[in-house]
Design a protein around this ligand. Structure first.
Ligand code: PMP
Length: 399
């Protein structure tokens, strides 16, 4: 359509989404969606919190407009939580979003002019690419393990499309889609590069609390604050989410950032949707205060078992030549098939012949590579999924 702005040209339904529409059919065993197990939602606590905020005087605030930066007690609670992670900050550094996905959209809008460069890992979270695409960037590859790109080479490549590198975006804990977690050295390396390029770092911490083994790594933002002398001098923007712990349906996330960035985001939110729903902010605050830690424990126990079950099933059934990640947390295991395999073509066969679904890995690559990779989510992997689904998938992979 001639009337559409150029930014809409990169908004396309993918062939993968079309295939995944078939997942509603009841006989399909799906490892595709990266969604929490609804049986583990804290629905009692949420119901009680809605009752409480709709009772008496609180109801007036719950049903009223709210300031764009978000409900103050929730922002204070989050500032305390960030303090516990090593990011000393106060409510002026916290901005409430309608899911962390909205935060990614706003950050794309804030930083990217058409032709600017966003550094992302290959693969990276598909929803981040979709959010950033609307602002017409080019992508370059972020390599926290080191690579052959010098800062000068990044700058020169960025100049070709008339822009400059603006930020590095990454999911450092139990990444979507690979399950990979960056160690301390890699986190420091990202900050080194960002310092040399003088760009922002967007730390997407959607899965951070879901650690099943080992010790938590410090957030990149905490390392940055230690180097730069405090949150307002830092270059890292932390995107948090309540979706994986409490409820994705309530659409509650937050950004922790230097206050000059929060001030810009507030103006954006005024223009976009004024504020996130008042009632949900008040409910999330109550629920977070009462059950956040026990909810994390409950999820960690349940998902650890499912991750272990999936890893055992892969070990037992996968053919030679297939390798996979062994994540310490999160929701995903990442499979690499032999060179030349095409996971998108395999998905079609897998749905038709084996009634098993997964997400092909090319969707997560900004350059369309990774055709021989795929993502499995284990959050809904019950006994049947593991004992029937994985052997059936293995038969498809064996050809
Ligand atoms: N970041 C990552 C890495 C994700 O996997 C997701 C959800 N799949 C999001 C952000 C967005 O989550 P939400 O908007 O529900 O907070």
């Amino acid at each position: 359509m001639d009337l559409f702005a150029s930014r809409s040209s990169r908004m396309k339904a993918s062939e993968i989404r079309e295939l995944l529409k078939l997942l509603d059919q009841p006989d399909i065993i799906s490892f595709a969606g990266g969604i929490p197990d609804p049986a583990l939602f804290p629905h009692e606590a949420v119901r009680e919190a809605y009752d409480a905020v709709l009772s008496g005087d609180q109801a007036k605030a719950a049903l009223q407009y709210q300031v764009s930066e978000g409900y103050l007690p929730l922002r204070r609670w989050l500032a305390g939580m960030m303090g516990g992670l090593g990011v000393a900050c106060d409510e002026a550094n916290i901005f409430i979003t309608s899911g962390s996905q909205q935060g990614l959209d706003y950050l794309g809008k804030l930083f990217l002019s058409p032709g600017d460069t966003a550094l992302v890992m290959w693969p990276t979270y598909l929803g981040a690419l979709q959010a950033f695409n609307a602002y017409e960037p080019r992508y370059d590859r972020l390599m926290p393990d080191g690579g052959n790109m010098t800062p000068a080479a990044y700058r020169a490549a960025a100049a070709v499309t008339g822009g400059r590198p603006k930020f590095a975006y990454l999911v450092p804990d139990f990444a979507n889609p690979t399950g990979q977690t960056l160690g301390r050295k890699q986190r420091e390396a990202v900050l080194d590069l960002a310092g040399e390029l003088d760009i922002a770092v967007i730390e997407d911490a959607a899965y951070r609390a879901l650690r099943y083994d080992g010790e938590h790594e410090p957030p990149i933002q905490a390392l940055d604050c230690a180097r730069s002398g405090g949150i307002d001098k830092a270059r890292t923007i932390y995107c948090g989410s309540f979706s994986k712990i409490l409820s994705p349906g309530m659409r509650m996330g937050w950004i922790c950032a230097p206050r000059q960035i929060v001030e810009k985001l507030v103006l954006m939110k005024q223009a976009a949707d004024l504020h996130s729903p008042s009632i949900n902010q008040m409910v999330i605050h109550r629920v977070a205060e009462t059950v956040f830690d026990t909810q994390v424990e409950k999820l960690v126990d349940a998902y650890r078992q499912r991750r272990d079950g999936l890893l055992e099933a892969l070990e037992a059934h996968m053919p030679d030549g297939v390798t996979w990640s062994r994540p310490d947390g999160g929701m995903f295991v990442w499979l690499t098939l032999p060179e030349g395999a095409d996971a998108t073509a395999l998905l079609e066969r897998s749905i038709r012949e084996a009634r098993v679904a997964f997400v092909p890995g090319s969707a997560f690559h900004a350059d369309g590579s990774g055709r021989n990779t795929l993502r499995l989510s284990f959050t809904l992997a019950d006994e049947r999924a593991l004992s029937e689904g994985i052997p059936r998938l293995a038969r498809i992979l064996k050809g």
